[in-house]
Write a new protein. Structure first.
Ligand code: ATP
Ligand code: MG
Length: 409
């Protein structure tokens, strides 16, 4: 019979990869908890409307990448990101009544119908943080600090923080107008996507990956507009203050005026963290401020800022971690005693197995040497004397203990 294969753009995370995943998840809990963040888990699917309104219907995600299906005449979508879901939950559960800031973190699978390639899957995982209720740039600095320190805790160093300010909707309008004016003469030469972006979401023009478009955008008159400081005084003060905090914290960053981010809801601060050791999909973290999203989704006027990291990209930077061996493998021809003693060692906190297939002694020893650090032998002599023989399978050294006094290092 034909075998059924895993779907294109999806992957099993196999047992031998699990140590790295556990490491990423445990560190997330440890680090984000230190900053007072609480974990939240929202459903994998939500009303399609949530993403159309929350992510923005001019984005690639909503236009091209969503897994949408109908059930009982409802349009549902597998979450392509988790900010919209977390905001929905924040509103629905009245979290604006909690003392601000409300800091939440999450981890889990996301789904985007994209062309699979290295570092880009259709089901992938993100770990992220959202901080609600603070409009001051201290929150921006704290969120960037949480991202940087999480990556540091994972042992990842060769990273660059890129920073930009998109301004507020008012000053952004000014910028969009100038940008469109200067790009308009080149409009017929732009790629199809950019032709649409030009009208719908001109900021996203800067994000285009086509070399032809990028060549146009690098023309001096266009660069002059891009590199010019368009943001208003208030937005500019916010940005300067943020940079001051980052300097105080010793976080290095680079200003990247082309950084606009894919989602519609960002205002003021946006940032990305890029690895210098990944290929073209080198962004491990993307984030930004989204002060109008809670209100746009029907909540109170609550400012917020957050980030999301791609866990597959982190995993590929971390490489494989060795699988932990069992502490002990109990070897005996007396299956009753083997069951009992294995369970006793487990209750003492050791990882432990015995031979479920009840094979010959030599076979059991062979198995033990593959999977465990110690062989714990209950032979006839040992059983008679109420003792166990412990063989260190790495050094070959043997020692005898009283059965109830076994301690394994
Ligand atoms: P890009 O411009 O590369 O498509 P994006 O703006 O769509 O990125 P975000 O929505 O900001 O990405 O997601 C945050 C992070 O999640 C990214 O920096 C990346 O590490 C990861 N990520 C996004 N899409 C994928 C995917 N399809 N496969 C694996 N990881 C992804
Ligand atoms: Mg994308």
């Amino acid at each position: 019979m034909a075998i059924i294969k895993v779907q294109k753009g999806t992957k099993d995370i196999l047992p031998q990869e699990m140590p790295v995943w556990h490491f990423m998840e445990e560190k997330a809990n440890e680090i984000f908890t230190k900053y007072g963040a609480k974990e939240i888990r929202t459903p994998i699917f939500e009303a399609t409307e949530l993403f159309a309104r929350g992510v923005g219907d001019t984005t690639d995600i909503v236009n091209k990448e969503m897994y949408t299906f109908e059930k009982s005449e409802r349009s549902l979508t597998l979450r392509p990101e988790n900010t919209a879901g977390v905001v929905r939950s924040f509103i629905e559960n009245g979290m604006h009544r909690l003392p601000a800031p409300v800091k939440l973190w999450y981890k889990g699978p996301m789904f985007r119908y994209e062309r699979p390639q290295a570092g880009r899957q259709r089901q992938f995982h993100q770990v992220g943080v959202e901080v609600f209720g603070i409009k001051q740039p201290t929150a921006d600095a704290e969120v960037i600090l949480m991202a940087v320190n999480y990556l540091k805790a994972l042992g990842l160093n060769d990273l660059t923080v890129e920073l930009n300010s998109l301004g507020c909707p008012d000053c952004r309008e000014e910028f969009k107008k100038h940008l469109k004016d200067v790009i308009r003469p080149y409009l017929p030469k732009l790629c199809e996507d950019c032709q649409t972006r030009f009208e719908k979401n001109p900021l996203r023009l800067l994000d285009c990956k086509s070399p032809e478009c990028q060549e146009i955008y690098s023309k001096p008159e266009i660069q002059k507009v891009i590199q010019g400081d368009f943001i208003c005084e208030e937005c500019s003060n916010h940005f300067e203050e943020l940079k001051g905090y980052l300097d105080t914290l010793g976080i290095k960053y680079e200003r990247n005026k082309l950084l606009v981010r894919g989602l519609d809801y960002y205002n003021r601060t946006v940032f990305e963290i890029k690895s210098n050791n990944l290929g073209s999909q080198n962004a491990v973290c993307g984030g930004g401020r989204y002060d109008s999203l809670v209100k746009n989704l029907g909540g109170e006027d609550v400012p917020a800022i957050g980030f999301a990291m791609g866990m597959e990209r982190l995993a590929s930077l971390l490489g494989e971690k060795p699988e932990e061996k069992l502490k002990a493998f109990v070897i005996s021809n007396n299956i009753q005693e083997a069951v009992k003693y294995t369970e006793e060692l487990r209750s003492k906190g050791y990882t432990c197995e015995f031979d479920l297939a009840n094979r010959k002694f030599v076979k059991q020893l062979e198995k033990a040497s593959k999977v465990a650090k110690y062989a714990v032998i209950l032979g006839e002599d040992e059983l008679a004397a109420n003792q166990v023989t412990v063989k260190n399978l790495e050094t070959g050294k043997q020692e005898t203990f009283n059965r109830n006094e076994l301690i394994l290092s």
